[in-house]
Design a protein around this ligand. Structure first.
Ligand code: NAD
Ligand code: GLY
Length: 354
């Protein structure tokens, strides 16, 4: 199959992320190398169902899997306990056993929800992820964080559950609405800031950017981080660059600003504040802001410091009266920076000045 990369993820139960073009139709052969024939619960949302589920269903059926399908309405509003329970009941009605498999086909909402179902159904069954958004490919579908939202906030119930494998078909991103593509690009730029000046250079040049290579590089980096800190006790928190302020911006906007847009502003705010504090070169912050803008992402904080600080301090990433910010030192080099919570307002003030 036209595979461009196979990326190992060395977690306690190791697996491989297969990246390529036009490989959805190979998903049957791919799964049969990971698991014996069984019943497969193909979980997807209505948008992805209309675009890609028949291809995957046919590929799985052709090699002997019995395919059942669970389709829910697209969007974050479906990432709830209610949808989870409906899915679990559907699996139980259809007598899925511990030797059956869940296939999560879609964006991060699908992989989070289906992965969580795999973690709790019969105390754990196998699942694989087939990301169809750029964001899910570079982040959500790899690394084993699964979960749903509660009324009190995003991702407040969940489990660590690594997939058996991940199949990433770059060509599926061609049907993404521009806004969703940009969401994924924000996380891609975030990863470049964390890991690699070479990747950042690729993203800076919007005309010649090789998406396939960029996605593979991001996955390789995330795989390395997850292998060192599978349960998010330290190093993995680096992946939250831009997210402390970003989540606060999402909340202040009542979730009218997309996650990627909010993270873009969050990264720009922290980078500018880091420059003010002598922690980061001016040129690094300038390159970040220029690249975000080149990809159609916002970089200016539209909210008051007081509003944003209050929202950020409600975030679950706070540890008592301290929080850990991810601070860029240079492109491809960020560090965790522990601050007293009361200093956050000053960081946001400094970072809001362009
Ligand atoms: P999403 O799953 O809601 O997908 C975005 C939209 O794109 C949806 O409307 C979906 O139907 C549509 N879509 C998906 N693939 C498509 C395609 N190929 N063509 C056309 N439309 C398509 O959102 P997302 O941005 O992929 O993921 C966001 C979610 O991921 C959030 O819930 C977030 O909390 C979670 N997340 C999890 C992790 C993790 O490590 N588990 C990391 C980052 C984000
Ligand atoms: N998305 C952040 C993580 O996987 O840890």
């Amino acid at each position: 199959m036209p595979v461009t990369d196979r990326i190992p993820v060395h977690t306690a139960s190791p697996y491989t992320v297969t990246v390529g073009r036009n490989i959805l139709r190979e998903s049957g052969r791919w799964l049969s190398e990971l698991h014996a024939p069984c019943t497969v619960m193909l979980v997807t949302d209505d948008t992805v169902n209309a675009l890609y589920a028949d291809t995957v269903d046919a590929a799985l059926s052709a090699v002997g899997f019995r395919v059942l399908r669970f389709v829910f309405s697209h969007g974050e509003a479906s990432k709830t306990m209610t949808t989870l329970v409906t899915l679990l009941e559907y699996m139980a009605e259809n007598a899925l056993t511990r030797t059956d498999v869940i296939v999560a086909l879609g964006g991060g909402v699908v992989s989070d929800l289906a992965g969580f179902a795999a973690a709790v159904y019969l105390r754990g069954i196998s699942h694989v992820t087939i990301p169809t958004t750029l964001l899910a490919a570079v982040d959500a579908a790899v690394g084993g964080k699964t979960g749903v939202d509660l009324a009190a906030g995003k991702n407040l119930a969940g489990a660590f559950k690594q997939p058996l494998g991940v199949l990433c078909d770059i060509d599926t991103f061609a049907t993404l609405p521009l806004s969703e593509y940009r969401n994924g690009m924000a996380e891609t730029i975030k990863t470049a800031m964390l890991c690699d000046d070479a990747l950042f250079c690729v993203l800076e040049d919007t005309d010649t950017c090789d998406l396939s290579a960029a996605v593979a590089r991001c996955i390789r980096y995330k795989a390395q981080v997850v292998a060192q800190d599978e349960h998010d006790r330290g190093l993995r928190q680096l992946l939250n660059f831009g997210h402390t302020v970003g989540h606060a911006i999402e909340q202040c906007s009542n979730f009218t600003l997309a996650h990627g847009q909010a993270v873009a502003i969050g990264m720009a705010v922290i980078a500018r504040a880091a420059v003010q504090r002598g922690l980061c070169e001016t040129d690094t912050a300038k390159r970040l802001v220029r690249t975000l803008k080149a990809h159609g992402l916002p970089t200016d904080n539209p909210y008051s410091v007081a509003e944003l600080t209050a929202a950020a301090l409600r975030d679950k990433k706070r540890h008592g009266d301290r929080l850990s910010l991810v601070v860029p030192r240079a492109v491809g080099n960020c560090a965790l920076h522990d601050i007293p919570a009361e200093q956050l307002a000053q960081w946001i003030t400094e970072g809001s000045i362009e």
